[in-house]
Design a binder for this molecule. Structure first.
Ligand code: PEP
Ligand code: MN
Length: 257
């Protein structure tokens, strides 16, 4: 792929270049107390960005769909109380207009990566956009999606590799670390890795996180919970706060963060 005519190749107006993003928190949550407890623990570990899904694009319409607007209100309250920056997925323009002033980083999920109308509109807001790779998107499709945002005026985009569909059922997806190395050559935007959705399993988050950083990632988005068993979604891939603590210690010992 040739990105020489793309704004994201140099991303001159991107103000988050060379920053690191360690983002952690539950996939979703079912009460204020649950999220507040997690947030306090993350704060103790020095994590700067709290992720928590409120509008959940679940495969089954019968699975828990997130606390929606009520959840966003809790997230905003916890941001005010803790000073943590908040990252959450928004699925349409109406939600973006409603919450853009309170949310620090707007996550666009894998399923919405091809929503060109939404991407174009995200070019008009000043929030940082975390653009996840579609689970069957080529690198070219992923970077083109980012260019839709950039072309419309917003170059503060974090690209997130979250695994692509493979054939093996031992893991949820295949973590494409080659994409991280390649994308770092093709554009100037920060690139992070989500080992949680890539692997679907809590027991390999640590090695995949280390591998991501050595591949050139500018950070990680990790699902973590004080009690993963009660997480209303993605419990199997969610690590404990203790596991996150030991991962962060290891990342520091390798000078990755
Ligand atoms: C998530 O981060 O919880 C999520 C749904 O991610 P993705 O869009 O990558 O599946
Ligand atoms: Mn999840």
């Amino acid at each position: 792929m040739n990105t020489s005519n793309f704004l994201i190749a140099n991303a001159e107006k991107c103000t988050i270049k060379d920053q690191q993003f360690i983002i952690a928190g539950p996939c979703s949550f079912s009460s204020y107390e649950e999220l507040y407890e997690i947030a306090l623990e993350l704060k103790k570990l020095g994590v700067e960005y709290l992720r928590a899904g409120c509008f959940k694009p679940r495969t089954s319409p019968y699975s828990f769909q997130g606390l929606a607007d009520e959840g966003i209100e809790y997230l905003i309250k916890i941001k005010q109380l803790t000073g943590l920056k908040i990252v959450t997925e928004l699925m349409d323009w109406e939600q973006v207009q409603k919450y853009k002033d309170d949310i620090d980083v707007i996550q666009i999920g894998s399923r919405n990566m091809y929503n060109y109308d939404l991407l174009s509109k995200l070019g008009t807001v000043s929030n940082t956009i975390l653009l996840k790779r579609g689970f069957s998107a080529t690198i070219e499709e992923w970077l083109s999606a980012a260019e839709y945002i950039a072309k419309n005026g917003n170059q503060n985009i974090i690209l997130c590799e979250r695994g692509i569909r493979g054939f093996d059922t031992e893991t949820r997806n295949v973590l494409d670390l080659q994409a991280v190395a390649v994308v770092k050559k093709l554009c100037a935007l920060p690139v992070i890795v989500d080992p949680s959705h890539a692997s679907g399993r809590a027991d390999i988050i640590e090695p995949m996180s280390l591998a991501a950083m050595i591949s050139g990632a500018d950070g990680l988005e990790i699902e973590a919970h004080t009690n993963p068993k009660i997480s209303p979604s993605d419990a199997n891939q969610t690590i404990t706060i203790d596991e996150l603590n030991s991962l962060l210690t290891k990342l520091k010992s390798y000078n990755f963060i």
